[in-house]
Design a protein around this ligand. Structure first.
Ligand code: URA
Length: 246
């Protein structure tokens, strides 16, 4: 077995957004940090960063947050932005406030447009993030699109052709799979993540996407009935399913 990493308690808690190291020392003095049922007196004490630590440690009476390596599945609501650079409500606002101060930071795995809803992953695991969005992996992403106009019938063949060009681009789109649900509703599965890809694909055939919702990423599907804005932490098996067929 590899050597388990350890950390000073104040440094750990500070990196998890609980406050400065001075504040952690103050909290410990007030009896607010408990490890294995015993109040921590010295925040300079080192702890092993094992997965069971959150179950063994409490902060102000609540279980310690998940350690580094967390993966969040979020049902992104319409109207929230994935990027810090834009104005308005951010998907990060849906998570506990102190998580914004975590180091490493929690980022979205790719992006959904402000007006797109549905399955969005967030993680502080940079290597995992890059594996999921890497163009080499061809992770399948399925979107449900509601369209302004009835489809003409030729969309499926064009999207599947591998020769479709989007305006302003020089490389054709990889084949995508269209499942027609009704005249104005379709499921579209793509393996790339080009800018506004689904909206631009339908725009290229003279249509307009009125509502767009991501239902799955690889073999991971948004849980049935999950409310917009709700999120859950994923376990290793759920994360692995992202890389399965889909
Ligand atoms: N395609 C889009 O047009 N928008 C998204 O948010 C995702 C895929």
């Amino acid at each position: 077995m590899g050597k388990v990493a350890t950390s000073r308690i104040d440094r750990l808690l500070s990196s998890m957004g609980y406050g400065s190291r001075t504040e952690m020392a103050r909290l410990a003095k007030a009896g607010g940090i408990v490890l294995d049922g015993v109040e921590v007196a010295d925040v300079g004490q080192r702890v092993a960063l094992t997965p069971d630590l959150p179950a063994r440690m409490s902060i102000d009476g609540a279980a310690l947050d998940p350690l580094v390596g967390l993966v969040i599945l979020l049902n992104k609501p319409v109207g929230m932005t994935c990027s810090h650079k834009e104005q308005g409500p951010l998907v990060h606002d849906l998570l506990p406030r102190r998580w914004r101060a975590r180091d490493p930071a929690i980022s979205t795995v790719g992006r959904l447009d402000k007006q797109t809803s549905g399955l969005l992953l967030m993680t502080d695991d940079g290597a995992l993030l890059h594996r999921i969005i890497s163009p080499k992996r061809h992770v399948r992403k399925t979107y449900r699109a509601r369209l302004a106009r009835p489809m003409s019938g030729g969309e499926g063949a064009l999207f599947a052709s591998g020769t479709m060009m989007l305006e302003g681009e020089t490389k054709p789109l990889l084949p995508a799979e269209l499942v027609v649900v009704s005249e104005t509703e379709a499921l579209l599965t793509v393996t790339e993540g080009r800018y506004h890809q689904v909206r631009r694909m339908f725009a290229a055939v003279g249509n307009h996407v009125e509502a767009l919702h991501r239902e799955s990423l690889g073999g991971l599907t948004l849980p049935e009935g999950m409310a917009a804005g709700a999120w859950v932490l994923l376990d290793a098996a759920a994360v692995a399913s992202v890389f399965e067929g889909g």
